[in-house]
Design a protein around this ligand. Structure first.
Ligand code: ADP
Length: 720
């Protein structure tokens, strides 16, 4: 009985002890958990581990405990925290184990706990400074948010020789403790990562704000790399811009301690990591450059690197490359941060482009607005006076039914004069709008300029106040021109010479030719033009208004139209003048036979930016074509009508008229309707006008595709 009682008592005691033990354990776990929550950064994990190793030492009656942390940069386990029962006697060393080396290395590699009570029996056991006879080593594995297991390191508990061996219970306890510890680690790591991320994002924000103020592409890229280098402390940061022509990319901005990552250097597009990011349009992360066949050993200190494409819409316009001097120097979070930055840089680059385009458009709009108000002015003022003339004379006719015949003829003539002036105003206004929008058809042929001038002069009314003389060379002066438009220009300039010599005076027309050019000059001895007015003469609706011109009728459109026509002929128009003494307006046109159509088949290249023009030109010329370049849509239409090229390559977005609109105009014109057109765009981007094109070469420019497209044209019989 007593025995039974004693037994019960013993059991009860045991239970109490175990309850107490469990409670103690729970309390310790709670402490650990709290500690974990409080720790906010990786370095704050040390106190947690100091406490943890102490707890483990006491609970497992160990003599030493330690935590070794795996350094992801080189896969070596290094001392992180330790506890020893008798610090006065023993100090814990600072051991290091490579993965697989020693028990710790094996546990870390295999992630399987180990219990060793007899080191002699255990291969790989490394005896350290402290005499160790018993050892438990468990892995510390924590799970990231996406459940990827991540090895933090190992937890060791050891006893001196002559102590009792560790039991499997000790092992189980330590394993459980390790998993609790890992939760704390995961929490604090997540917290630390979160904090680092938000710090980085704050940096990204400041950085983006800083570079957003720049409007030049170069400044944007240079500031970006400098700031990334400073703020994130990566040893190599550079931005390259693809240059498909040379199959390479050009480093336009670099911030680095590496002498080789220099601005102005080029890297191959194929066979390099950054090149791969450009070609594959995605982030390429190289955790260990030693293991990547594509890595070009450009930066000796680089151990890991990441290349991130910078997009403008669908196109890769640049690549951000960052190198770290440790292996696996970029975790997922850092890559995401850098990607965010690259996206930001892309947007800012595009904004800068758009801003510049906007500035140009704005300038054009201001000009258009000016033209519109001038037009309103013209309608209100210049249209009104001839209209008043028409009305006045018509009324006179109505009120004087018995006027003499001569009188009536006089009134009718006045009406006709005023109405003709109005018609000419309307005509010129319409012409201007059509010239502005590429809607002006030209019909080119071989034109003898001497004959054109003679015809114009012969049509002039006899005017003894303004005798017109004409000097012409003996040889004919053939030009590739639209005869009617040329007559119009000559007529306009000659009548201006007469009109702006109100006091009378001779007008001399001189035609000259040299090896390549025909030059026609109209010389008057009239009122001349003030220097301050010279700039605006060729702008639409721009008249010189002063005392001398007050009485002279005009629209301010004549010179603008002349200038545009001459330009559409591949020529130029200019003026020399002396106020009070007279003016000389000249224009020069290429002689027939000098123009490109007599050489190799011609490719007309239309692109707003010089780089694209140069690249297309290079490909076309390597294919045996001659090329002619223009930088806007209206010029493209005019040059195509004049030159009737073998093919036209049109960048999708062009100033004034886009590729689709240019194509429409060319297909409407008999001379150009069968010229094959190529768009530097994806077919889908051209919408319903895509059928007007014979081929599409999307951007970034694939020069091989372009070359193949042109090849097809060269082989096909040329449309005549
Ligand atoms: P307008 O219809 O006013 O003549 P233009 O465009 O032909 O328009 O000419 C623009 C301005 O240039 C004119 O208003 C005039 O002041 C000046 N101009 C043109 N030709 C001459 C000239 N031969 N001598 C002096 N001024 C001229």
């Amino acid at each position: 009985m007593l025995f039974t009682l004693a037994g019960h008592l013993a059991l009860a005691l045991q239970k109490t002890e175990s309850v107490a033990k469990t409670e103690r354990l729970a309390a310790q776990m709670a402490t650990l958990y709290d500690l974990g929550l409080e720790t906010t950064a990786l370095q704050d994990l040390r106190p947690l581990f100091a406490k943890a190793t102490e707890e483990v030492g006491r609970l497992t009656k160990a003599d030493h405990t330690s935590v070794l942390r795996l350094d992801p940069a080189d896969d070596v386990l290094r001392f992180f925290a330790a506890w020893t029962r008798d610090p006065a006697v023993e100090a814990y060393g600072q051991p290091e184990f490579a993965l697989g080396e020693g028990i710790a290395g094996q546990v870390a590699r295999d992630r399987v706990p180990a219990l060793v009570n007899d080191p002699e029996d255990r291969p790989g056991f490394v005896a350290l400074d402290n005499p160790i006879a018993r050892l438990i080593c468990v892995p510390l594995v924590h799970y990231e948010r996406d459940d990827t297991p991540n090895l933090f390191g190992v937890l060791n508990a050891s006893r001196k020789p002559g102590t009792p061996p560790f039991t499997s219970e000790d092992l189980e306890y330590l394993t459980r403790f390790a998993s609790q510890l890992s939760i704390a680690v995961a929490n604090s790591m997540a917290f630390a990562a979160e904090r680092e991320r938000s710090e980085q994002l704050a940096l990204v924000n400041t950085l983006i704000r800083e570079i957003a103020g720049n409007l030049s592409r170069e400044a944007i890229m240079k500031t970006s790399v400098r700031r990334i280098h400073e703020a994130f402390r990566y040893p190599v940061v550079c931005i390259g811009v693809p240059d498909p022509a040379s199959d390479s990319h050009l480093i336009v901005a670099a911030a680095s301690r590496e002498p080789r990552a220099q601005e102005g250097g080029t890297e191959p597009l194929r066979g390099g990591v950054s090149g791969r990011a450009i070609l594959e349009k995605r982030t390429i992360l190289v955790p260990d450059v030693a293991e990547d066949p594509d890595y070009l050993p450009l930066f000796p200190s680089t151990r890991s690197m990441v290349s991130i494409p910078i997009f403008s819409g669908e196109d890769v316009v640049a690549v951000l490359t960052v190198g770290s001097d440790v292996r696996r120097g970029f975790d997922r979070g850092q890559v995401i941060t850098l990607e965010t930055l690259a996206d930001g840089i892309g947007i800012i680059l595009r904004n800068a482009d758009l801003y510049q385009a906007l500035e140009r458009t704005n300038a054009k709009l201001v000009e258009l607005d000016r033209m519109k108000s001038e037009l309103v002015n013209i309608v209100a003022h210049d249209f009104r006076s001839p209209l008043a003339g028409v009305l006045g004379h018509a009324e006179l006719l109505e009120w004087k039914p018995d006027a003499s015949r001569d009188e009536r003829v006089e009134q009718a003539r006045a009406i006709i004069r005023a109405a003709t002036h109005m018609a000419s105003l309307v005509d010129k206004t319409l012409k201007t709008t059509r010239l502005e929008t590429g809607h002006f058809p030209f019909e080119f042929g071989v034109v003898e300029l001497g004959a054109v001038v003679r015809a114009v002069v012969s049509r002039l009314p006899d005017d003894p106040k303004h005798p017109v003389s004409f000097d012409t060379p003996d040889d004919p002066v053939p030009c590739w021109a639209d005869q009617d438009r040329m007559s119009e220009v000559v007529e306009n300039l000659v009548s201006n010479a007469i009109k702006y010599s109100p006091a009378g005076g001779p007008v001399r027309v001189e035609l000259k030719r040299d090896a390549e050019l025909a030059t026609l000059t109209m010389i008057d001895v009239g009122m001349g033009i003030d220097a301050k007015d010279m700039d605006r003469l060729f702008r639409p609706f721009s008249r010189v208004r002063n005392r001398r011109t007050a009485e002279i009728e005009g629209s301010g459109l004549g010179l603008y139209i002349c200038d545009r026509i001459v330009k559409a002929h591949g020529g130029r128009l200019w003026v020399e003048s002396r106020p009070g003494q007279g003016s000389a307006f000249s224009f020069a046109l290429p002689l027939f036979g000098v123009a490109a159509q007599t050489r190799a088949p011609l490719v007309l290249v239309a692109a707003g930016d010089e780089w694209t023009r140069r690249e297309v030109k290079r490909v076309a010329e390597s294919r045996g074509y001659a090329t002619h370049e223009v930088s806007d849509g209206v010029e493209a239409v005019e040059a195509a009508m004049r030159l009737v090229p073998a093919a036209v390559v049109l960048d999708r977005i062009l100033p004034r008229l886009g590729a689709g609109e240019v194509a429409e105009r060319l297909k409407e014109n008999a001379a150009t309707e069968s010229v094959p057109l190529f768009a530097l765009a994806a077919q889908a981007d051209l919408g319903e006008r895509s059928h007007l094109f014979a081929g599409y070469v999307p951007k970034p420019l694939d020069l091989n595709r372009l070359s193949e497209a042109l090849e097809g044209v060269l082989r096909a019989p040329r449309a005549s």
